[in-house]
Design a binder for this molecule. Sequence first.
Ligand SMILES: Cc1ncc(COP(=O)(O)O)c(C=O)c1O
Length: 448
Amino acid sequence: MKSTKYTRRKFVCTSAAMSAAAPTLLSINLSHAKDLGKPALLGGEKAVAEQAPPWPIVQKLDEDKFLETLRSTGWCRLGNNVTTEFEKAWSSDLGVNHAIGMVNGTSALYSALYALGVGPGDEVIVPAYTFVASVNAILQQFALPVFADTDRQTFQIDVTTLEDRITEHTRCIMPVHLGGNTADMDEVLRIAAKHKIPVVEDACQAHFAEWRGRRVGGLGDAGCFSFQETKILPCGEGGACVTNSDDLYDKIHAFQNNGRDRKLGKPSEGYLHHGANLRMTEYQSALLLAQLTRLEEQCRHREENAHYLEELLKEIPGVRHAARYEGNTRNTYYLFMMHYDKSQFDDLPRSRFIEALRKEGVYVGGGYHYLNKHPFVEKMLHSRWYSNIYSKERIERYWKNNHCPENDKLSEEGLFMSQRHLLGSKSHVEQIAAAIRKVHAYAKALKA
Ligand SMILES: Cc1ncc(COP(=O)(O)O)c(C=O)c1O
């Protein structure tokens, strides 16, 4: 397998506008980290005095839309048109031909795979650094998840490891736009076209993110979104598939509606396909229509604060934000992703760094893990079902090649900060940077 090479890539890391403004603010807010007193974990005051805004946000419009749907008693899309209205709005906002609401992002992913004909015996290439649902959707189809390595700079799929993974069985490539950032779609689409393999974008974390000015989700054959409560467009649980293909639209539409053909009139006459009931409820759609009115403004707010924080972090050794590819024209920051270099923190373990920051009032976590080596994947691939489908030799070959060394490293050094922090004020962002500065200054004491 090829190793990751960063030299070929171009990254854009910060906003030019912020660079000019940051130094003055830095000297005011960060140079005297010791003045902030001891870390909260050692009995000092919290650095973050202002709470991060709550999430999800509920306003009058959410209540009105929800209650209107509730009182209409049209709770299922078969007897109402709220989901259809949301689908029109979402496809129009993304600039794609079709959107299909679903119960969640996982079902959107396996519906797209199903519609593309992915099934037992097939392989789907997926990044090793992602939420478990990307992989579960592949296992749901009894296909083999083939893990591509991770580009540690961006936290995205390492496209230089893609072609090595393609075999005669590859039926789909599933890039994940992680954290509101974007995968290198030029390369994904180029390689996919060269090998005539369809692409399903897992855009579950990347609402309104852009690649060369186009919103992600509509770049591949199909794109999938999640509207789970933590997502930047939330409705509790929810999802959508988007596509420009009329054929895929018909197939996905039928699949989520018990196999009913979209074009046939009466439901009882329309059971022409295999399917499931994955229909989005009308209250989910009502909430989404309300939340959608604020999405653009919230994305702008997060971007501005994220760029500011990126500048502030440049002054703190050992914490570095995730890079963006040159083709990324918008990161909507579902997550603020960072690298932690413990050698710059007197070898303070990442877990202790996280604990200290949480005490300061910054909600951070350690990111994703070694998904390619996870016991649940191993268990599934050694199950009776998989043994019925795949030969022993094929599974052995799979394990022999299942290595993602860069992903192993990122699993040890990644940090995720919740998007809620980016919806706060500028001074909230400064307090976050001050908290990190404080932990840096007291790293030795925190380790002891
Ligand atoms: C990258 C990714 N893929 C898929 C999903 C699945 O979405 P859901 O939780 O709505 O099923 C998520 C949700 O967290 C996700 O983050």
